[in-house]
Design a protein around this ligand. Structure first.
Ligand code: COS
Length: 389
């Protein structure tokens, strides 16, 4: 694995860092406290090209690779994980799926709008009864007798960016008799401004509070046949392969959160005095810092490996499920460990809302849950390694 960043990679990372520190970091606390959606900075990120980094320029993106996306997302998440969530969903869960499986017309209409930052994209897989058991989908998509459209009915839950999204990739059962059930799932791209779509309750969340998350409802929503992504019954595999890409994004978000917490801890360890000296002199603090640093750098390597595997897969068609799950598992558990230790190092100040440390801790937790819990990542890794299901 070549660990040297190219000039181009360094350039986009530095640009993202400047943007994140100047535009996002100063407002992060406000949006965390209010839970408002940060529409203005998201619009600016769209204008910078941050919503379609690995999308070719012909479809409104920046045309860079997955490593460029990772570097950018780490910087954004370091300033504020909520902005990181919105960015990750647009890039990975929406754009990647359409780029890989969409028709030319779908790419022109929907991919371009989201990749160029003109509209927000979302991804709707989870339902009240199906989180980890993603194949157990109850939302239905019935083909009309004239074969022109599907009628979609049901509820999806925990939809990141749901209240703000214009276009959403939705997974629904188009063949309820299929055995196993996941073989009856199809994927669609829907327009939230069409009749039959509505947003339900917004989730009050522990962390990533500025990234709006809600239920969405379909009531006789008419989805034209040309909005189906892939063939009928391909939906579950499309959902899973898109999550392979998405998990690299969440791993990057987790790394950004961990870096922010670690850097704050370093500064504090150099400055805070106790027992007549800076607390960084104490071995118990040193041990924490050393473990945090090692976990962060190991996460980075796993994420870069997954990013390279994903780009390689474009040529070979191979799956990078293993690399992606390893990166997500390790980076998210690192984010939780590092933010927990960061609070400990900061003591009372870490527990106070006067510093962002407690926000990092709250934001880190979701990375062990969404886009596949740590338990699901372990299951995926073990299945890939043993070949057993
Ligand atoms: N890429 C392509 N195809 C995949 C795939 C992937 N990453 N993962 C599974 N598939 C395919 C399998 O090859 C299998 O295909 P066949 O029908 O040809 O055999 C099919 O999908 C079913 O796979 P599997 O039997 O492994 O499905 P399970 O029901 O056992 O579920 C888990 C697998 C649990 C791993 C899956 O449901 C999962 O990832 N759950 C978590 C969902 C999630 O992350 N939710 C968060 C939503 S976004 S916030």
């Amino acid at each position: 694995m070549d660990l040297q960043l190219s000039d181009e990679h360094r350039m986009i990372r530095d640009m993202a860092r400047d943007f994140a520190q100047n535009e996002i970091a100063p407002i992060a606390t406000h949006y965390d406290e209010t839970g408002e959606f940060p529409a203005e900075t998201i619009r600016k990120m769209g204008a910078q090209g941050f919503m379609g980094i690995a999308v070719p320029e012909e479809y409104g993106g920046v045309g860079m690779d997955t490593l460029a996306y990772v570097l950018t997302l780490v910087e954004i998440s370091k300033a504020d994980a909520s902005h990181g969530t919105i960015m990750s969903v647009c890039n990975s869960l929406f754009c990647y799926g359409l780029l890989r499986y969409g028709t030319q017309e779908q790419k022109e209409k929907y991919l371009r709008a989201v990749a160029s930052g003109q509209a927000i994209g979302a991804y709707a897989l989870t339902e009240p009864q199906s989180g980890s058991d993603a194949g157990n989908i109850r939302v239905t998509a019935d083909l009309s007798p004239d074969g022109n459209h599907y009628v979609i009915n049901g509820t999806k839950s925990w939809i990141s960016s749901g209240p703000a999204a214009r276009y959403i990739v939705v997974f629904a059962q188009s063949d309820p008799d299929a055995k196993p059930r996941y073989r009856g799932v199809s994927a669609f791209v829907i327009d939230a401004e069409q009749a039959g779509f509505s947003c339900g309750k917004t989730e009050p969340k522990l962390g990533i509070r500025a990234s709006a998350t809600c239920e969405i409802h379909f009531e006789d929503y008419k989805c034209p046949v040309e909005n189906r992504i892939g063939e009928e019954g391909d939906g579950f595999k499309i959902a899973m392969s898109v999550l392979d890409a998405g998990r690299i994004g969440i791993a990057s978000q987790a790394l950004g959160i961990a870096e922010a917490a670690y850097e704050a801890s370093l500064v504090y360890a150099r400055e805070r005095q106790a027992f007549g000296q800076e607390i960084g002199h104490f071995q118990m603090i040193q041990q924490k810092l050393a473990d945090m640093k090692c976990r962060i750098e190991a996460s980075r390597l796993l994420i870069y490996q997954a990013a390279l595997a994903k780009d390689e897969a474009k040529k070979t068609g191979a799956r990078y499920t293993l690399e992606s799950s390893m990166a997500k598992l390790y980076a998210s558990e690192t984010a939780m460990l590092v933010t927990t230790q960061a609070i400990q190092i900061h003591g009372g100040m870490g527990y106070s809302k006067e510093l962002p440390i407690e926000r990092y801790f709250r934001d880190a937790k979701v990375t062990e849950i969404y886009e596949g819990t740590s338990e699901i990542q372990r299951l995926v890794i073990a299945r890939m390694e043993t070949g057993l299901r």
